[in-house]
Design a protein around this ligand. Sequence first.
Ligand code: MG
Length: 160
Amino acid sequence: MNIRIGNGFDIHRLAAGRKLFLGGVEIPSEFGLDGHSDADALLHALCDSLLGALALGDIGLHFPNTDERYRGIDSKKLLNQVYSLVKEKGYRLVNADIMVICERPKLLPYIQQMRETIAGLLECGTDRISVKATTNEKLGSLGRGEGIAVYAVSLLEQVG
Ligand code: MG
């Protein structure tokens, strides 16, 4: 089998007094995502899609939130470790498609920087990294802006 697909999902609550990180980019906002690490739900969903493609478990298994080593950690480091594992298994990314559900702030001004950051970490062109954003049309908890959710799909191919 030389191609593998994986999906990932993550959701974090928004909280006052936290910085907002999404896709490895710090976004000016009065609220940030709450969590053990820097709470970058986008990179977490992406990590889970990469791990899922190779049936390597999930982010909670690799980086337990009970482990003090991961407190406040930059999630770019987690993605870097996950992608090292992917390469160790003899695979590389074909493309990733990421969908962020976020009522506020508006993400459009930051999408290109997220794509470039992720492409750098996954050693590919930005044309292989899609980041999209939508609102939840004010429906439910996401619609009230209580949190941000992210879905990710990654396709991997065997190298050589
Ligand atoms: Mg998370």
